[in-house]
Write a protein that binds this ligand. Structure first.
Ligand SMILES: *Cc1c(COP(=O)(O)O)cnc(C)c1O
Ligand SMILES: [Zn+2]
Length: 415
């Protein structure tokens, strides 16, 4: 924690002391990267000091996080992260890959990747004495904030579009957050949240605005490093990591995590990061394809609500995550996204549409020759399929209904 020495603007590189700014760069609104004192961390810790800790949650990486230990032992806040990394050999064979892992972020306490960000932001709120934390959300960020705040008795206010999937809205309400649905899209909820936070003195968690969300999300990179990269044979190509992109904060957080490890001298080969977007919400991919960092808003309509964003709030860093690591952006159709849910299910993984997006992005990358059989690949399922049952039901045929008799059964089975 004492290794948190300030912020650096991702656009103009201006550096700020920890107490000098709260959200984005005052000069140009750029996203702020948290700056750590890597030399000091290296002096105190070796790899083994980190990976031998008995804390099986994202808090095992506390020495690399810019927050103090939030306490809350025994609560879901302390148990976010440390999600399973599966090695689905049948699926790998089907795709023609030698090494495939799927990291299942649906196994977080509120069932999405967002718990990583929300637990670290709640830790920060407790540290700075902020009584109310507020966020705009398409659903998962809000559920995560509501759940992590509830775990330690903190107050949370959530703004979500009224069109958010019912399961996500139910989560917000059940965790006891103050929930306000807006008659508008995620982007309008986002702007309202910032105004409300300013006027009422609330601490704002908004994605691509609060610099601590990416710090929480980077812990997934640490786990990928610990679970997969440290065990990879040295002569293999670098790991290719596939993740879906909406605001671009998860992909930026992953990149930050790998950069932290590299700065510490603990990571030899930077993974290639592949960002996957729906064709119907492709603002970051568009910028990548054009070769710029200028993010032009789109009118997002994808069924993958978690990545449906008109104006990505972390677009610049999201473009760089792929560009600076030899990765790519790939866009996929909503039909492919739905079909992907039906392909992951039979290997035991239930993904929400935004999770399937990363998987079908991998399929496309293989078809395009951007991934070869030798490449070790890790796909992140960012959220549980239980989050969006309506979408799941579109991926599979309906079950038959029969009379409860053997004759009806035999007729149905054709026996
Ligand atoms: C938020 C979210 C994403 C996208 O993350 P961004 O930081 O907005 O790019 C992907 N999948 C799920 C399930 C999410 O909740
Ligand atoms: Zn700046």
């Amino acid at each position: 924690m004492s290794e948190f020495i300030g912020y650096r603007c991702s656009l103009c590189n201006t550096e700020y002391a920890p107490g000098q700014v709260t959200y984005t760069c005052p000069k140009d609104g750029g996203n702020l990267d948290v700056v750590l004192d890597y030399a000091a961390i290296r002096q105190k810790y070796e790899i083994n000091d980190i990976i031998s800790r008995s804390d099986y949650s994202l808090w095992r990486y506390l020495p690399l996080l810019p927050v103090k230990d939030p306490g809350g032992e025994g609560t879901p806040l302390r148990m976010a992260g440390w999600t399973p990394t599966y090695y689905p050999t049948r699926l790998a064979e089907k795709l023609g890959l030698r090494h495939l892992w799927i990291k299942d972020e649906g196994r977080n306490p509120t069932a999405s990747f967002k718990d990583r960000a929300s637990s670290v932001v709640v830790a920060r709120a407790r540290q700075i004495g902020a009584e109310v934390v507020v966020t705009a959300s398409t659903g998962n960020a809000g559920a995560a904030l509501a759940g992590m705040a509830a775990a330690v008795g903190h107050k949370a206010v959530i703004f979500a579009p009224k069109t958010a999937p019912p399961a996500k809205v139910a989560q917000l309400l059940v965790y006891g957050a103050q929930v306000i649905l807006v008659d508008g899209n995620y982007d309008s909820a986002f702007d309202l949240t910032i105004q409300a936070a300013e006027e009422f003195g609330w601490y704002c968690r908004n994605t691509g605005y609060n610099p601590f969300t990416a710090e929480g999300k980077k812990t997934a990179a640490f786990e990928i490093w610990e679970h997969v990269i440290l065990n990879l044979k040295r002569d293999l190509p670098p790991l290719a990591v596939f993740v879906s992109v909406g605001d671009g904060n998860i992909i930026s957080g992953l990149h930050k995590g790998f950069k932290d490890l590299q700065a510490l001298g603990w990571l030899q080969k930077m993974p290639r990061i592949f960002g996957i977007q729906s064709e119907k919400s492709a603002a970051v991919a568009n910028a990548f394809f054009k070769g710029t960092e200028e993010i032009e808003p789109v009118q997002a309509t994808t069924i993958a609500d978690s990545i449906s964003v008109d104006l990505p709030r972390d677009g610049v860093r999201a473009v760089r995550a792929a560009r600076q690591t030899g990765g790519e952006y790939i866009t996929v159709s909503d039909e492919e996204i739905i079909a992907g849910i039906g392909e992951l299910g039979p290997v035991g993984i239930f993904a929400e549409p935004a999770g399937s997006t990363a998987y079908v992005g991998l399929k496309k990358a293989i078809a395009l020759g951007k991934i070869t059989p030798e490449d070790p690949v890790l796909v992140i399922n960012t959220g549980s399929g239980l989050k969006d049952i309506r979408a799941a039901m579109q991926a599979v045929p309906a079950a038959p209904v029969i009379e409860p008799t053997m004759s009806a059964l035999k007729k149905h089975l054709g026996i």
